[in-house]
Design a binder for this molecule. Structure first.
Ligand code: TPP
Ligand code: SF4
Ligand code: MG
Length: 292
């Protein structure tokens, strides 16, 4: 177990605007706690922007701006270059963006940031849809999950951010989960210490969009890992490292039951989903073993 550092305990205020049970708050607090107050943050539109505040009010006690949905990676690159031009090599520049802002609308900007190997930290909190604007499906929405634009289930699987970035030969990228906070904090520290671009992809259970009991956030995040639905891994020095290898898979029901977005699935579809999740996990492990 760990405690938030007393020195930075106050970087996020106590009253915040997320829905009850939202994993975003936990991620925000832990990321800022590890990075510390010598950090500048850029946030695009989305739930994190509402979290960070509006008008003259803010929940975050570090300098930052709200940018556009497509340009977080470009904005943090520019801020970092500006600081370096002033001789400031110590300030961490952080992009904190949703999945729509990262995997869809901001992917081009992120690709450029990694290709240039900017010395910044980018965290994608992934609640698996455009939540802030009404739960529209996006490329991170999982196979067969229901959203307002895919009411009978999304017909395609989600993109794999870390693997896309590995194809850019990024110095450091990793997935993380709120059910494994020690692991998440270790990865944030590593990202901060990386010379060059570092990106974290954090699954972010969203009680409102996924339609589950807000008391179950951590339980659900853990079930995502134990069923093979969300794989905890890192890409470093050109190699993948799986942080939590599964000896057996928990039945997928442990993850999807209790989530309204999957409740339309028949028993046969649940079986197919189980098979798809396992296949995808095994393909990933095999590709790691083959050093790909
Ligand atoms: C180019 C552009 N298209 C659409 C919007 C409207 N918009 C604002 S927030 C948002 C949702 C962003 O989704 P995501 O990045 O996943 O964050 P979340 O709301 O899920 O936290 C959208 C579509 C916008 N601001 N800019
Ligand atoms: S919609 Fe989801 S991600 Fe957004 S604040 Fe509510 S619970 Fe959190
Ligand atoms: Mg989202």
């Amino acid at each position: 177990m760990y405690e938030l550092h007393s020195a930075s305990k106050g970087l996020v205020s106590h009253g915040v605007t997320t829905c009850a049970g939202c994993a975003l708050e936990l991620i925000f607090r832990n990321v800022l706690d590890v990075l510390g107050e010598d950090t500048i943050i850029v946030i695009p539109p989305g739930c994190s922007a509402i979290f960070s505040g509006y008008g003259k009010e803010t929940a975050i006690k570090i300098p930052g701006i709200q940018g556009t949905l497509e340009s977080t990676a470009a904005a943090i690159s520019g801020i970092k270059r500006g600081l370096l031009a002033q001789g400031n090599t110590h300030t961490t520049v952080l992009g904190f963006a949703g999945d729509g802002a990262t995997l869809d609308i901001g992917l081009q900007s992120l690709s450029g940031m990694v290709e240039r190997n900017e010395n910044v930290v980018y965290v994608c909190y992934d609640n698996e849809a455009y939540m802030n604007t009404g739960i529209q499906g996006c490329s991170s929405t999982p196979l067969w999950a229901s959203t307002t634009t895919t009411p009978s289930g999304k017909p395609t699987p989600s993109k794999e951010l870390v693997r896309i970035l590995a194809a850019h030969n990024i110095p450091y990228a990793a997935t993380a989960s709120v059910a494994y906070l020690t692991d998440l904090r270790r990865k944030v520290k590593k990202a901060k210490e990386t010379e060059g671009a570092a990106v974290l992809h954090v699954q972010t259970p969203c009680p409102t969009g996924w339609r589950f009991d807000p008391a179950k956030t951590i339980e659900l995040a853990r079930a995502a890992v134990e069923t093979g639905f969300w794989i905890l891994y890192e890409f470093e020095n050109g190699k993948f490292i799986i942080n939590k290898k599964l000896k057996s898979f928990k039945p997928i029901e442990a993850y999807i039951k209790g989530q309204g977005r999957f409740k339309h699935l028949t028993a046969e579809e649940i079986e197919k989903l189980q098979a798809a999740v396992q296949q995808s996990y095994e393909r990933f492990v095999n590709s790691c073993n083959a050093g790909q």
